[in-house]
Design a protein around this ligand. Structure first.
Ligand SMILES: [Fe+2]
Length: 358
């Protein structure tokens, strides 16, 4: 009897919490001409401060950026991580920046090349999913890694529908599979329907927490204060990311005061208005002498937001298409359809609309 009780007690005592295996670093551009970067990362939840040390030599991380907490993310039933973000200032274009969460550095020290923006090439994808689910990442991720190794691109445009879903173990796997890239080149994102549809499971809040560097970096710099619609300059291009889910045909989810995500059409209408107002402000302030090209990225293509772009009930057409014409947007890039095609410049509802690539 005694042994039985002892065994039962031991079986309880050996339930260990899972430990952190990756800091899931994610780099993004502030994109306001300052040359500054934002870095997101995760740690265990039992620490109260986290600092990013960086410098131009792996053996001399002389600068530091104090992390700001941006919330917890549940990665599995026995592991919750704490998200952080920090701004990296005093970055010299063309230099290699080494960084670590320890001032003394070591084998964990990583680096990124602060590419002179005029020579940046971008990799573009959406709808990738996590390899653990066998989604498109089975093809896309090896191609991305191979291009990255060959220095073919210097930044990533990830246009929504991220992890399928960006929750628990799948969300963690998604961040970790991309971490060799996102720790070394900036990745800019927006949400797709999969983040919105699975908000009730945490996908939207996880998106906000994991990519808060975009909110406080490019989001704040461009006046939106959001990581779902914002803009940034890179080289000769002014990139605008928009949230197409405010025009979607599925329930629009918003967080209540208690943090619970519920369908909320009032929030949808407000977000549509906020995005329209912001986009007009943003487009009217583009310095075409500095960034002659304007590229808009969003998840849903114009013909599926959610119905035909020429439909009189299509809010994307009503709110944003006139702005594409008025401010001569050069290109739109979208995802959602799991296929590649491109549409030549055309008219939508009487307005000039640029070429778009799906
Ligand atoms: Fe989608």
């Amino acid at each position: 009897m005694f042994l039985h009780h002892l065994a039962a007690a031991l079986s309880i005592s050996v339930v260990y919490a899972a430990t952190l295996t990756s800091n899931e670093f994610h780099l993004s551009l502030v994109g306001d001409g300052s040359g500054e970067y934002m870095m997101d990362w995760v740690t265990s939840t039992d620490i109260t401060t986290s600092t990013l040390y960086y410098g131009n030599s792996a053996s001399s991380l002389t600068q530091k950026a104090t992390g700001t907490q941006s919330g917890n993310v549940v990665e599995s039933t026995d592991l919750t991580v704490l998200c952080w973000t920090a701004r990296l200032s005093n970055i010299k274009a063309g230099s290699t920046i080494y960084y670590d969460l320890s001032a003394s550095g070591g084998t964990s020290t990583k680096s990124f090349n602060a590419t002179a923006a005029t020579s940046m090439t971008w990799a573009v994808f959406g709808d990738m999913g996590a390899t653990v689910l066998g989604k498109a990442s089975g093809i896309t991720l090896p191609a991305l890694k191979s291009g990255f190794s060959a220095n073919v691109f210097h930044g990533i445009l990830n246009i929504g529908d991220l992890g399928y879903e960006l929750v628990t173990t799948v969300g963690a796997a998604y961040m970790q599979q991309l971490e060799p890239l996102t720790s070394a080149v900036p990745m800019h994102t927006t949400i797709g329907n999969h983040e919105m549809q699975y908000a009730f499971q945490g996908a939207m809040q996880n998106y906000y927490n994991r990519f808060s560097g975009i909110t406080t970096g490019a989001g704040m710099a461009s006046g939106s204060g959001s990581n779902t619609f914002y803009s940034f300059d890179a080289g000769y291009i002014h990139f605008i990311f928009i949230n197409t889910e405010v025009y979607g045909d599925e329930a629009f989810m918003a967080a209540n005061a208690d943090g619970k995500w519920v369908a909320n059409d009032t929030a949808r209408v407000q977000m549509q208005q906020d995005q329209k107002n912001w986009m007009e402000y943003d487009l009217s302030h583009v310095k075409r002498s500095k960034t002659p090209f304007v590229v808009v990225c969003g998840h849903r293509p114009p013909n599926h937001i959610p119905t035909s772009a020429t439909s009189s009930s299509n809010k994307f057409t009503k709110d944003l298409v006139p702005l594409f014409d008025k401010y001569n947007v050069d290109l739109m890039i979208t995802g959602h359809e799991h296929a590649y095609y491109s549409i030549a410049a055309s008219k939508i509802a009487g307005y000039n609309f640029p070429p778009w690539i799906v």
